[in-house]
Design a protein around this ligand. Structure first.
Ligand SMILES: [Zn+2]
Ligand SMILES: [Zn+2]
Length: 246
């Protein structure tokens, strides 16, 4: 199954397209399962003035805007039923600096899944590098976005096999982020290139039972490369590794 579990719409400040445009680009590109994962600090903060405000009112606004985004994506999911499967996701940034972190009171447990980013920033991340505790707090299925988890395992002093087995036991998947577009400056993630080259790493992933996802991390439909998603989903399946949803 061709699945892209990482995409952005105008709900992210860095995204530009309507959810409809994003979904239609995916359908036209032959994607069978699409996860929409706007940034929590785009959705939850809703408007730039709220985003930049230090007002105590943000807590209330958060709840409203998270629900509004979720409801909109739910309508989109219904609208395109039979053409593509849609998952209602959210990307959770965890850096303490520069952005409003997810308020502790924010409930995202009703989302189909979330992507967690910046776990590798350790103490600069609200996770403190502890993926497992943070994923549990979020309360919905979780994946780890664009992160070198072999490096994270090393940083927290765990054998990679043990680390990935713990992820598998908790149903946390690992994203192979295959972005290649102008918004990311044509950059490709070194950890991803390494993984597809490194049979030792592939064997650890196979043995751990952890699932992988593929994400283009699209921000502009004109930059979307669905054939890249298809190619990487195929590579993973051919390795005998399961994709996140199958
Ligand atoms: Zn991200
Ligand atoms: Zn993203």
């Amino acid at each position: 199954m061709i699945q892209d579990l990482h995409s952005h719409t105008y709900y992210s400040f860095c995204g530009a397209d309507t959810p409809e445009e994003v979904v239609e680009a995916a359908i036209n590109g032959g994607i069978e399962l699409l996860g929409i994962t706007d940034h929590h600090y785009g959705i939850g903060d809703g408007r730039t003035d709220v985003y930049l405000s230090t007002s105590q009112e943000i807590g209330n606004d958060y709840e409203r805007t998270l629900r509004r985004y979720f409801d909109h994506i739910s309508l989109i999911k219904e609208k395109y039923e039979g053409k593509i499967k849609i998952l209602r996701g959210i990307e959770i940034g965890t850096l303490k600096q520069g952005r409003v972190p997810l308020p502790e009171s924010a409930d995202i447990s009703f989302f189909d899944y979330c992507l967690i980013e910046h776990v590798d920033h350790m103490e600069k991340s609200i996770t403190g590098g502890d993926l497992f505790a943070f994923a549990e707090r979020l309360g919905c299925p979780a994946g780890v976005a664009h992160t070198d988890l072999f490096k994270v395992a090393k940083n927290v002093g765990e054998e990679p096999l043990r680390y990935f087995t713990k992820m598998a036991e908790r149903g946390i998947f690992w994203e192979m982020n295959v972005n290649l577009d102008t918004i990311h400056g044509g950059h490709q993630h070194p950890y991803m290139l390494e993984f597809f080259d490194n049979e030792e790493q592939q064997e650890i992933i196979r043995r751990s039972g952890v699932r992988l996802s593929v994400g283009f991390d699209g921000h502009r439909v004109y930059d979307y490369k669905p054939e890249r998603i298809a190619a990487y989903c195929k590579k993973i399946s051919e390795m005998g590794i399961k994709l996140a949803y199958e």
